[in-house]
Design a protein around this ligand. Structure first.
Ligand SMILES: [Zn+2]
Length: 229
């Protein structure tokens, strides 16, 4: 009843699109901290088009990142998931199908998340598995599941390649990140698909620029440990 009132009061569309609000459980777009730490996160995949060069860049830079992978793509490319884990990165759950998790049944949500968790564990990754909804959208059945299972939902506060004019140029992606980042930021990039070559090319220079500004790169779990410190 409270849920229905909240939906009608706020308007369904606004609720679906609100990245900083959901009905149950917490959502984290960034962490409150004075430490100059940021998390670099990559959504979707693993995809063979960009996984190799992306992982090479991160390894050369010595940067641990957090990958929000889909179960469907992990099932198709288990060797890429295994390399991400072996390279010491964090792996998060981005659902199995990448369908919009809006007005779906509780059973559908549970399958989407638990099947993906199992595939993430099969990579050898043993740390906390945080959750990031596809398209940042979530409603009713999904938030209820996440709250009941005490799953942490991670979004972002810096998203350079979400803006087409910025996404078209590695230099603009780096400048955008530089202008918007602050201590505790969570940076979102998509760098594995062939269409995202500009993002892939931005990763090395972006790391260099933010390090020049005094930032240290940590995984999402490490960043969460800085909350309030
Ligand atoms: Zn996605």
């Amino acid at each position: 009843m409270i849920v229905l009132l909240a939906v009608s009061a706020l308007g369904l569309d606004r609720l679906v699109n609100a990245r900083g609000f959901q009905l149950y459980g917490g959502i984290t777009p960034r962490v409150e901290t004075s430490a100059k730490v940021v998390a670099l996160t990559f959504d979707d995949g693993p995809d063979p088009a960009g996984a190799g060069p992306l992982l090479d860049t991160l390894a050369e830079a010595g940067v641990p990142a957090t990958f929000y992978l889909t179960g469907r793509e992990l099932a198709q490319h288990p060797e890429l998931g295994a390399r991400i884990a072996a390279d010491g990165h964090e792996i998060g759950n981005h659902t199995y199908s990448h369908e919009r998790m809006v007005l779906v049944s509780p059973d559908f949500v549970a399958r989407e998340i638990e099947d993906t968790d199992a595939l993430i564990r099969a990579t050898g990754y043993a740390g906390e598995i945080t959750f990031r909804p596809p398209n940042g959208k979530k409603l009713l059945a999904l938030p209820r599941y996440l709250a009941e299972h005490e799953r942490r939902t991670i979004t972002w506060d810096v998203e350079p390649d979400s803006y087409p004019d910025v996404a078209a140029s590695p230099a603009r992606i780096v400048d955008h990140a530089d202008e918007h980042v602050r201590p505790g930021s969570i940076i979102l990039l998509h760098a594995m698909y062939p269409s995202r070559e500009q993002s892939l090319r931005a990763v090395g220079p972006l790391i260099e620029r933010l390090r020049d500004r005094g930032y240290e790169f940590v995984t999402v779990s490490e960043l969460l440990a800085h909350e309030g410190r």
